[in-house]
Design a binder for this molecule. Sequence first.
Ligand code: PXP
Length: 253
Amino acid sequence: MSERLRLGVNIDHVATVRNARGGLYPDPVRAAREALAAGADGITAHLREDRRHISDGDIDGLSALLNAEARPLNLEMAVTQEMLAIALHHRPHAVCLVPEKREERTTEGGLDVVGGHNWITPFVGRLNEAGSRVSLFIGADPAQIEAAYRTGAAVVELHTGAYCDAVREGRPEEAEAELASLSAGAALATSLGLEVHAGHGIDYETVAAVAAIPQVMELNIGHFLIGEAIFVGLGPAIARMRALMDEGREIAA
Ligand code: PXP
């Protein structure tokens, strides 16, 4: 179970910086290339409905790069017909379905697969048929995990935001409870045959504990790495994250 944990680097916020001025700089495709060279196993990008960071052109460029390098692109997207058409056009290696509200600053909670089961399941079917590996971004709630399994998705990505916030904001008991819930959720999902990923809000302080959950196969990390890249460069930031992930994994083994 404790195979090498994969790191997906989310390059959305390179596009956020670019968009602050318009134009082409800094280029998320260049960031993706550097992230792969620095040890990322794949690249994650969220094409939001309001295109606040990643653009359609970025997805064209990222698809071309990742296809050429034979590395996985994980396209995060809302469960809408517009996004489905884009995913079916590009057929990325993976698609992670996420909830999206225009007024939120980031993806604040997991997808409600229990309530949205009848809406979400046909999207999973279409994406499966197109050959993309579908992941549902959910909280570590047993009802959501079981509903995710029933959609036919191969993967669940567990939302680590509440755990990471509790650590950063100095609420150790809550952090411990959130971590226990992530561990139990990962075990349940694996017992159903789902692959488990995790992400949101992860930084150097929180990565080892998440990496230590043996069923977790992939972490998707963005905002902290792009922020840290301002101070140390993208390559060194990714290399340090990679090392901390590996240390967390070793402790668990
Ligand atoms: N995983 C999913 C499904 C996300 O929506 C995000 C944020 O776009 C991330 C991982 C990465 O989160 P962060 O940028 O906080 O590291």
